[in-house]
Design a protein around this ligand. Structure first.
Ligand code: MRU
Length: 358
């Protein structure tokens, strides 16, 4: 069944950013991020194919959240494959894993999580794989929240005096297992009294900033003001912005950072205005097999996403649109990469290798 035909389930769980991915009643539930903040509804998923569809269609988004969701997708796949063939489930799983892996190309957390789940297959022997795989998916989920808490402390420690910050897209609880990467730093810094105002870029075309980041921060009573993406440089020029704080979908071995399209613009403008750039991401987002940003696959989505806004066509008839949904910020424009293993200042290949060997 296509996701568009799938009915959102009645709310049996109270919708919250920290409960965007829920495993309950042997099923996977995703808070439908396409319809937030106007509607709060969960979608129930029973198969890996539907899970891959949910990732592709942005029901769930954000690199760590995609990885966690894919891990639960493997549990669903293993259940159906084991029922179909208790001896041959591993072979049946190959296509399901492929569908999950191909759902979105840039966020490396997706393949990271699938590989971690796959490493368990040989040790499961002839037993039902579901209990073991479920425990692993739940560990991935828990570890991500713990990593975000640690990054929150590390990142907040870099903000010396109370200041205002700009963030882009949504790198919050919704984009992760909970608490958030960039928004985790902002949450911890706010709790320490170091945040004046959070300026959230609206983030065309999916409006993750205005729909999701603003929703999360307003619920936590953290002061937030929206900006159009084009207003960020002007806001920096007015002063009072200490940091740009963003997440990432993939960080290359030399510290180049892929993140939501528009992050690169922010980093260029930040350098001009003397504003520092902080990237908060768990080590599962660091891809040491990719030498530099040029080698990171950048997802291109349907031009219709740009040509429409709020369900209405806004592009002139016959006009096309270019819609790469991530860009690469060179390491030279990044002041700090904050991970759960520690902070890398002015990242380069050597420092990244040292971090990953910890
Ligand atoms: O297209 P999206 O909404 O999945 O893009 C998400 C981002 O670009 C986030 O900034 C990134 O995944 C970091 S999330 C903690």
């Amino acid at each position: 069944m296509g996701l568009d035909k799938m009915e959102a389930q009645p709310l049996t769980i109270r919708a919250s950013a920290d409960q965007a991915i829920v495993w309950a009643n042997d099923r996977l539930y995703l808070l439908d991020q396409r319809i937030l903040p106007n509607e709060e509804a969960y979608i129930e998923l029973q198969s890996a194919r539907d899970t891959a569809g949910a990732i592709r269609d942005m029901v769930v988004r954000g690199a760590p959240a995609i990885g966690i969701t894919a891990a639960f997708g493997v549990v669903l796949a293993a259940r159906s494959c084991f029922r179909a063939s208790p001896d041959g489930w591993r072979d049946l799983l190959v296509d399901e894993l492929q569908a999950l892996a191909e759902a979105r190309p840039t966020a490396v957390n997706l393949c990271w999580a699938l590989e971690r789940m796959q490493r368990l297959f040989p040790g499961i022997g002839g037993a039902d794989p579901e209990p073991r795989l479920l425990r692993e998916a739940q560990s991935i989920h828990r570890e991500d929240i713990a990593a975000n808490r640690t990054m929150g402390e590390f990142g907040a420690g870099l903000i010396e005096a109370t200041t205002s910050v700009i963030t882009h897209c949504n790198a919050g609880a919704l984009a992760t297992g909970g608490y958030g990467t960039a928004l985790g730093v902002i949450r911890s810094a706010h709790a320490a009294g170091r945040i004046g105002m959070v300026y959230a870029d609206e983030t065309r075309p999916w409006l993750q900033g205005s729909r999701l980041t603003a929703w999360e921060l307003a619920r936590d009573r953290i002061p937030v003001t929206l900006l159009t993406d084009g207003a960020a440089a002007s806001r920096m020029a007015q002063g009072g912005i200490g940091w740009i704080i963003v997440g990432s979908d993939r960080i290359a071995a030399n510290g180049d950072v892929a993140n939501k399209i528009g992050t690169y613009n922010l980093a260029v403008a930040a350098r001009y205005h003397g504003v520092k750039v902080m990237v908060a991401a768990p080590t599962s987002t660091i891809d040491m097999t990719v030498r530099c940003g040029k080698d990171i696959p950048i997802e291109s989505r349907d031009p219709a996403e740009v040509l429409q806004c709020g369900g209405r066509w806004v592009g002139a008839a016959g006009v096309d649109a270019w819609n790469p949904v991530f860009d690469v910020t060179p390491a030279a424009l990044v002041d700090a990469i904050v991970t759960e293993r520690g902070v890398v200042l002015s990242p380069d290949s050597q420092k990244m290798a040292e971090l990953m060997s910890r």
